[in-house]
Design a protein around this ligand. Structure first.
Ligand SMILES: [Cu+2]
Length: 334
């Protein structure tokens, strides 16, 4: 009798494991979602939710900013039918885009509405982490201020250890610091690239929890712009041929470098971290994890122009979007 129980348990465990797909069982798809280079996801696909418009908020007009964010745990829709148990700033993944100007003061308050400690780390600030970027207990809050001194686009994130857990769960966002002399007028977009890692489950229709081992193995299930799988391929971003387009790109990771590229275009100027002399005439620039860059380009003619992380496993997993320039023939317009 004592020998039979472990055997039954072992059999049950084997049956359980065999029902979970493994990487080795994956086979490449034989069809192309969209008929153009880098057509890694279907274009004009209403099945994919638009999590948020990519448009950047306008330049700030005030010199002191009261920024209050609340850390909360919510269900986040990563892709059609795929819900993730996210940890967030203000219930969204990524958190809200913050935009200030050099010299502005940010008065920041974090309210912890979650059942575990969280914190805030602004890459745009120069502060002692041991004073400002400390854990805030549930139902507690923290307040600190800083002056945005350096222009660029910066990551912010929860820094509570293990930071990889808090970032992979959704606690990050972008903060733009504009130079005092405005950049040239342009269509401006903010893209935050990040990854989602899921724990194995037997209920693929149910909410997915974070897969710690997959995170350690650098094997994300999804790599996305602004929190949702290929949302800007499903809902292309309308622009005009010839107009100046400016991307503020932050790579929140927690692990994958973004090799940012616009298909059919060359970047006229790329500003590392958004500051200093630009790189001119470049095709692809890597945004490091925890870094940000400003990309400027113009599209030569009407058409669909995918933008991707040119690390192609990541584009396949959702790091792809589309610019629709004008009303190209044979293409649905907005
Ligand atoms: Cu956190």
């Amino acid at each position: 009798m004592f020998r039979r129980i472990p055997l039954l348990l072992l059999l049950a465990a084997c049956q359980t494991r065999s029902s979970v797909p493994t990487q080795s069982q994956a086979i490449p798809p034989t069809t192309s979602p969209a008929s153009m280079s880098h057509g890694e996801a279907k274009v004009d696909n209403p099945a994919v939710p638009l999590g948020r418009a990519a448009d950047a908020p306008p330049r700030s007009t005030i010199r002191a900013h009261q920024i209050r964010l609340r850390s909360v745990h919510v269900a986040h829709l990563v892709a059609p039918g795929v819900v993730f148990e996210a940890w967030t700033f203000d219930s969204t993944v990524p958190g809200p885009v913050v935009r200030v100007t050099v010299g502005d003061t940010v008065h920041f308050t974090l309210i912890n509405g979650a059942p575990i400690p969280h914190s805030m780390d602004f890459h745009a600030a120069e502060l002692a982490p041991s004073r400002a970027y400390v854990n805030v207990m549930p139902k507690d809050s923290i307040h600190f201020s800083f002056v945005a001194r350096v222009p660029g686009v910066f990551m912010y994130h929860c820094g509570t250890a293990p930071a990889a857990l808090h970032i992979a769960s959704g606690m990050y966002g972008a903060l733009i610091v504009d130079p005092v002399i405005p950049r040239p007028p342009a269509r401006e977009f903010v893209l935050v690239q990040s990854e989602f890692y899921f724990a194995p489950t037997h209920d693929s229709a149910g909410p997915r929890s974070l897969g710690w081992q997959k995170m350690l193995d650098l094997a994300p299930d999804y790599v996305v712009f602004n929190g949702v799988y290929a949302q800007y391929a499903a809902h292309p971003i309308p622009v005009e041929p010839g107009e100046l387009i400016r991307f503020y790109v932050v790579d929140a990771g927690p692990n994958r470098v973004s090799s940012f590229h616009v298909v059919g275009a060359i970047f006229q100027r790329v500003f590392v971290d958004g500051n200093g002399p630009p790189q001119l005439g470049v095709q692809t620039v890597s945004v490091p994890v925890g870094g940000g860059m400003i990309f400027e380009t113009r599209l030569a003619e009407p058409g669909l122009y995918p933008f991707v992380s040119h690390s192609f496993a990541d584009a396949t997993k959702g790091a792809v979007g589309v610019l629709r320039a004008g009303n190209p023939a044979g293409s649905a317009s907005h």
